[in-house]
Design a protein around this ligand. Structure first.
Ligand code: MG
Length: 265
């Protein structure tokens, strides 16, 4: 099932998203995706609502350096020499599909990172890798926007990856955890610059160093995960610079496309 969060003509709500393409509809639910959905009876064609970020998390736990091809491209080292690491993005960085990524003037090299994200479904701590499906509500797409210049000059990654609007999330949460083949999941990023669209990231989860289960075990060993928290699983190779005027779209087949324009803050 797909859960979105929408702005409709009379307010905002969580909704179940059904259908494909132009025949897609958003069906309002009474509460949240954390309980069995009860429909209110109201629904809208997708074109009449605005999809918002599908969740407002208490934190975004992100794994860095989790794809061997990306470690080689950005850090110029082998993944053996530089293992995966954990960092946090603030919830204030989250924006939804179609919202602008706004680049401040002190960020001089801002890159997209298309990634698979997990949405936590219940409070949990010390989860074993094999039990990850017990605590995860679903998947969505994330763009871990990163100011590469600040990432390296600061040492800490908080500013580089925590700037307002640097965490596009969506378009919805897919709660069927078996819908994706996590061993063979394509991840793509399509960048439109000066009217020309190029596929910059075209990789696969087969490049992942820590598996999804290992990531959940690794993070939850340190910190309590809360319902709605986002876990970003790392970016494959192909990240590249975006500048104001560009449009970036992250695509994970089976989950959908997350597109955002790029503007000057
Ligand atoms: Mg990343």
């Amino acid at each position: 099932m797909r859960f979105g969060r929408i702005a409709h003509p009379e307010g905002m709500c969580f909704a179940v998203i059904e259908g494909e393409g132009e025949s897609q509809v958003a069906k309002e639910i009474k509460e949240t995706p954390f309980t069995k959905p009860e429909f209110t009876g109201r629904s809208w064609p997708i074109a009449e609502v605005k999809l918002l970020a599908p969740m407002l998390p208490s934190k975004i736990c992100a794994i860095g350096r989790n794809y061997a091809d990306h470690v080689a491209e950005v850090f110029k080292k082998s993944a053996d020499a530089l293992p995966p690491t954990l960092f946090l993005k603030p919830p204030t960085a989250v924006v939804g599909p179609g919202a602008a990524i706004k680049i401040p003037d002190f960020a001089t090299r801002v890159e997209f990172e298309g990634e698979l994200a997990l949405i936590v479904g219940r409070p949990c701590k010390n989860v074993k890798a094999e039990n990850w499906k017990d605590v995860i509500l679903g998947y969505t797409v994330i763009n871990d926007v990163s100011s590469r210049d600040l990432q390296f000059s600061d040492g800490q990654w908080s500013r580089a990856k925590g700037i307002d609007t640097f965490c596009p999330l969506g378009p919805w949460i897919e709660t069927d955890l078996d819908v994706l083949d996590l061993e063979d999941l394509p991840i793509k990023a399509h960048l439109t610059h000066n009217g020309t669209t190029e596929t910059k990231q075209d990789s696969n989860s087969s490049q992942m160093i820590m598996s999804v289960g290992e990531i959940v075990e690794f993070i939850s060993a340190s910190m309590t995960l809360l319902p709605g928290d986002v876990i970003s699983t790392g970016s494959p190779a192909g990240t590249a610079e975006m500048v104001p005027g560009d449009h970036i779209e992250i695509e994970i087949p089976g989950l959908g496309r997350l597109g955002n324009p790029v503007e000057r803050a």
